[in-house]
Ligand binder design. Structure first.
Ligand SMILES: Nc1ncnc2c1ncn2[C@@H]1O[C@H](COP(=O)(O)OP(=O)(O)O)[C@@H](O)[C@H]1O
Ligand SMILES: [Mg+2]
Length: 249
């Protein structure tokens, strides 16, 4: 059985002049436990909205979402979180004033994962960070890594990572790849990563392309990677991230 199933999901929002804008249209996708899925596609295509919809942050207007066969379409973020869904935001939330160690303790819950090791896995030295309060002195990359750690420390059925590479240096990026591989190898967590990075796509069991709010393509990785590697990129409106190059912070 599929772990998570999206059936004909649509998300609309009202724009400035109160017109309905369809951000996701008739999206049907299936996710299995123990697998890695990469969601990619042009900016503004609806990838983050898809993740927010699974997490319950942006509820769907049409369609249904099932977790382990149970309809979770009407459940709140907290209820979905209790059922084992976690989402690492593209732009990390700031938990101002909270110490890094305390934030991770809260996130950890009953999981057996070590706070120290999780910090190391995202390239942060626990001795330096555990007792530091989160404030404006943190760089975007540091916040991003703390956000990632707060998801990685949980025992999740489905972990959503929204552009985890953004703002992360090459060294931490390599650690992150290892961490995803370890998570995939030693747990049954279904890993869904929104990314433009070829190194991340290489880990995927399945790559889903979202464009203009729709599933444009579902493919096993080799096919898509060969498209990305071809020199047709000049014809596409791709940013450096989408070409798989690391951005500076
Ligand atoms: N809360 C919102 N209000 C208005 N427009 C939104 C909102 N969230 C997303 N959008 C629009 O929906 C489209 C898809 O956004 P998003 O899911 O963030 O794309 P992606 O993550 O693929 O770059 C974009 O055109 C974006 O401007
Ligand atoms: Mg996005």
């Amino acid at each position: 059985m599929n772990l998570l199933e999206m059936k004909n999901v649509g998300v609309d929002i009202k724009d400035d002049v109160n017109n309905n804008k369809e951000i996701l249209k008739d999206v049907s996708l299936e996710f299995e436990a123990g697998k890695i899925y990469v969601i990619t596609g042009p900016n503004g295509g609806g990838k983050s909205t898809l993740a927010k919809c699974i997490m319950g942050i942006m509820p769907q207007n049409t369609g249904k979402i099932y977790l382990d066969g149970e309809d979770i379409s009407d459940l709140s973020i907290v209820e979905r979180s209790k059922k084992g869904i976690g989402y690492a935001f593209q732009t990390p939330a700031k938990f101002k004033g909270l110490k890094v160690g305390n934030l991770l303790k809260l996130a950890k819950g009953d999981s057996e994962n070590s706070i120290e090791q999780t910090l190391r896995n995202v390239g942060l030295n626990p001795e330096e960070y555990l007792n530091r309060s989160i404030d404006n002195s943190f760089s975007g990359g540091e916040l991003k890594r703390i956000e990632l750690a707060s998801i990685l420390i949980q025992d999740l059925k489905l972990a959503l990572f929204d552009e985890p590479e953004a703002g992360i240096d090459l060294w931490s990026f390599k650690l992150l790849i290892k961490t995803f591989k370890r998570l995939n190898r030693f747990t049954d967590t279904c890993i869904v990563i929104i990314s433009h990075q070829e190194r991340i796509m290489e880990m995927a069991n399945e790559i889903v392309v979202i464009d203009k709010g729709e599933v444009a393509q579902k493919t096993v990785k080799n096919k898509l990677l060969s498209i990305l590697n071809s020199n047709d990129l000049d014809n596409c409106e791709l940013t450096c991230c989408e070409r798989g190059e690391l951005c500076g912070e």
